[in-house]
Design a protein around this ligand. Structure first.
Ligand code: FES
Length: 181
């Protein structure tokens, strides 16, 4: 209920900003990227109910979801650009910015927060010299926050790519990252 409410508010806001978005989508990918994306989205043509799947496909292909990709998804699926933008900004697993080779996501849902999620995040920011939403200078890691990884009983949790690390102690985080070079 709360999520639906937040989503609707965001959707309304983005509808108001649609003109600004239309300007922002002026940039393009390379010709090769655009052709690959076109092919990848062909199976979703005029299927608005497949929006999330199409965005996953696009992100896996391009690495992230810049404005020109959102515009292409909007055109192919015949979904308003404001709706595409609203979905991308609502779900934490979509990113409109380039990401590092590995994506670290620290859970700051209630259970993880009270059991030390913030300390994990602070440790990572300090050790990696990167802010939330940023990428380390060597391009190896992105640092992000997520709402709940669905493993509250094993909090605090952090995810690196598809691996969920449970009951993480802040002192362990750099050892965990040694496996991701
Ligand atoms: S709050 Fe972190 S896994 Fe649920």
């Amino acid at each position: 209920m709360h999520c639906t409410f937040v989503y609707n508010i965001e959707k309304l806001t983005f509808q108001r900003e649609e003109n600004q978005m239309a300007q922002a989508v002026a940039e393009h990918g390379s010709r090769e990227q655009e052709e690959l994306l076109e092919q990848a989205l062909e199976g979703f043509r005029e299927k608005p109910g497949m929006l999330i799947q199409a965005l996953h496909r696009a992100q896996n292909l391009i690495g992230y979801l810049p404005p020109w990709v959102l515009k292409k998804v909007s055109q192919v699926l015949d979904v308003p650009l404001s709706e595409v933008y609203g979905v991308v900004t609502f779900y934490h697993f979509f990113s409109m910015k380039p990401r590092g080779k590995h994506v670290i996501q620290v859970c700051l849902g209630t259970a993880c927060y009270v059991r030390g999620g913030q300390e994990i995040l602070d440790r990572l920011r300090k050790e990696l010299q990167v802010e939330i939403g940023g990428v380390t200078q060597d391009g190896l890691f992105s640092l992000e926050v997520m709402r709940c990884a669905g493993a509250c009983g094993l909090a605090p949790v952090m995810r690196v790519d598809n691996d969920v690390h449970k009951r993480v102690n802040p002192s362990q985080v750099m050892d965990i990252l040694k496996d991701y070079q």
